[in-house]
Ligand binder design. Sequence first.
Ligand code: ADP
Length: 293
Amino acid sequence: RIAVVGSNMVDLISYIHRMPGEGETVEAPDFRMGCGGKGANQAVAAARLGSEVVMVTRVGDDVFAETTLKNFEDNRIGTEHVLRTRASSGVAPIFVDPESRNSILIIKGANALLTPQDVEEARDAIARCELIVLQLEIPLETVAAAMALGAELDIPVLLNPAPASPDLDLSRITGVEFLVPNESELELLTGMPVDGIEDIQRAAEVLLAAGIRNVIVTLGARGALWIHEGGRELIAAPAVRAVDTTGAGDAFIGCFATQWVRTRDVAEAIRAGTAYAADSVTRQGTQSSYAWA
Ligand code: ADP
């Protein structure tokens, strides 16, 4: 059983010929809505692979809240700790041009209102979990509260420091069991240049010295690099024909979390995560690209 304390968003995807100028109205050929948000994505991947997921998140009081709740139910994610707020739900208007270039707006909405108290109220459910999974699309003090609860209950914490936040300082994440950044997040977190394996190693050593036990850096098509006290291991991703890499990192984390809880074998869980994420990039969409077990 896994606890995810994090965000949910509804992606509002407009397929456009071009962006309208100021004061201008233009027609666009197509529109699609999809469920996203890093927390929800990771929860959905884990649930589709058989994890029982306790999702702690906030939705607003609009139609997007209904969409998100139904999506959790469809994915067998419990909604007991999906809290409602008199606010907008988190939404992401996304504009995709004919060359597949994205322009993305993020309105955090209810996600910005998830509080340490909300985490505390989910204490009993979180206490029954074997791993707590966190990202940075909710307030940092709420992330900190979930980490503190993990420490108190002796439940390991996985932190995906995404989106990269300049406000996250290392002293706040020393107890993390698994830190899972991509290369640019690692760079911002450590303030060190990251270009190639040796740079990653140097940056990761700073994190290990700060008390983080495992640093797992996802490397896109190259897979993932695991760095820990005992050494390092590069785990290649299967070669695939990539169609859409949106949400690949979240697929990796949902699968890694599920496999690690099942086997307690980090290398094996990374292998499973890279394979699952590589499979997801062969299909369009975010959650819609995640396979069921
Ligand atoms: P993020 O989406 O968070 O930036 P990455 O780009 O590092 O994360 O991708 C996460 C994982 O997704 C990788 O470790 C890998 O397993 C898989 N992946 C991403 N892009 C590809 C690709 N082009 N081919 C194969 N696997 C990929």
